[in-house]
Write a protein that binds this ligand. Structure first.
Ligand SMILES: [Zn+2]
Length: 93
């Protein structure tokens, strides 16, 4: 019998460690650019705390973590993604 060990990742904003499945993953994909929850490349994670995703410095923090420039539209897409992520019924505790 194998036990599922949760994959722990650090939130880019509050620097707290959470189970991977409770975090929104933002990836700078080599080919397709910024992607949410998928893609291959440098990734950053953010928890679903309002304090974190509404942080005025979140774009800067993500730019630093992903080592890339984020378009001004990014933040709108990001907010939509995090809203649907928070609505996801099976996010666990
Ligand atoms: Zn956080």
């Amino acid at each position: 019998m194998t036990q599922q060990i949760p994959v722990m990742r650090v939130c880019v904003s509050c620097r707290k460690t959470y189970d991977r499945k409770n975090l929104l993953k933002i990836t700078k994909d080599h080919k397709q650019g910024i992607m949410f929850q998928k893609g291959m490349g440098r990734s950053a994670y953010i928890c679903n705390s309002r304090k974190c995703y509404l942080d005025s410095k979140i774009k800067k923090k993500l730019q630093k973590a992903l080592k890339t420039f984020l378009e001004p539209e990014f933040i709108d897409i990001f907010k939509k993604e995090i809203a649907s992520f928070n609505d996801y019924p099976n996010k666990g505790i």
